[in-house]
Design a binder for this molecule. Structure first.
Ligand code: F6R
Length: 246
């Protein structure tokens, strides 16, 4: 795990966007794995600005998002599909047909999980997966206790995740309690992983990530087994964390 320490959220967002832009420029038909949540919003803003100012093109890029809430259709403003359209896809030249997000409103969710897993494989897998981290160590919506062997699956969200995500909803009762998420093995199959971490509320998670052995009670710890992980984390998230020297 290569940890890049930056000052704050803004610098994390700029560095992450540059990293992604470099990959897209080197391989214009790259397959990216994308995340939602607050962490990547600034990164996406920087990608949009660069697209507008410098013309970096996403015409041939394919994307797979990590997760979607169960029960929400893609045009629901709280869905991750809607979020991605608003925060990124509507503002760049990507072909929406090449942007994939699990269908949270599929009538058969088990089939949807299998379809999504197969679609990723048929596309030749994910080259660069962008991740955020939950304060409980979740990646995607893989909560503590999720098997490291898991594929795309239906997840029961923990109370801590429901409360953390309630800020996007009118009322905590409106937050769906289930989601479809890429599994941990799905994420681990990506050739490369870029984990973005910002803020004091992620400090404990960073201490655990750096300091603990791989274990299923802290899902992000699986990343220690991945050959190519870059973490861009800001100072509040890294406060007191001993960064391992490579
Ligand atoms: C989002 C996702 C989650 C978030 C995590 C952190 O698609 O899969 O794992 O990355 O919950 O969320 P924020 O960035 O809102 O702190």
């Amino acid at each position: 795990m290569n940890i890049i320490e930056v000052k704050d959220y803004q610098e994390m967002s700029e560095r992450a966007a540059k990293y992604i832009m470099g990959k897209v420029t080197a391989n214009p038909s790259i397959t990216l794995g994308l995340a939602t949540g607050s962490t990547p919003v600034g990164t996406y803003k920087n990608l949009i600005r660069d697209h507008q100012e410098n013309g970096t093109s996403y015409r041939d890029v394919t994307t797979f998002n990590l997760d979607e809430y169960v029960g929400l259709s893609g045009d629901d403003p709280n869905s991750y599909q809607y979020f991605m359209n608003e925060q990124l896809f509507n503002h760049i030249d990507i072909n929406k047909a090449n942007t994939h997000i699990p269908r949270g409103d599929a009538s058969n969710l088990q089939e949807e999980c299998m379809r999504y897993e197969e679609l990723i494989a048929q596309n030749g897998g994910i080259e660069l997966q962008v991740l955020g981290i939950g304060s409980n160590g979740h990646i995607g919506f893989n909560e503590p206790g999720t098997s490291f062997q898991s594929k795309t699956h239906i997840v029961q969200l923990t109370d801590s995740t429901i409360h953390a995500n309630a800020r996007f909803f009118d009322r905590v009762e409106d937050v769906p309690t289930k989601a479809v998420s890429m599994g941990i093995s799905t994420i681990m199959k990506s050739k490369e992983i870029l984990l973005l971490v910002s803020g004091e509320n992620k400090n404990e998670a960073m201490h655990k990530l750096v300091g603990s052995e791989e274990n299923e009670n802290f899902p992000a710890s699986v990343l220690k087994n991945h050959p190519s992980v870059t973490i861009i984390a800001d100072q509040p998230a890294l406060q007191g964390v001993k960064i391992p020297q490579l």
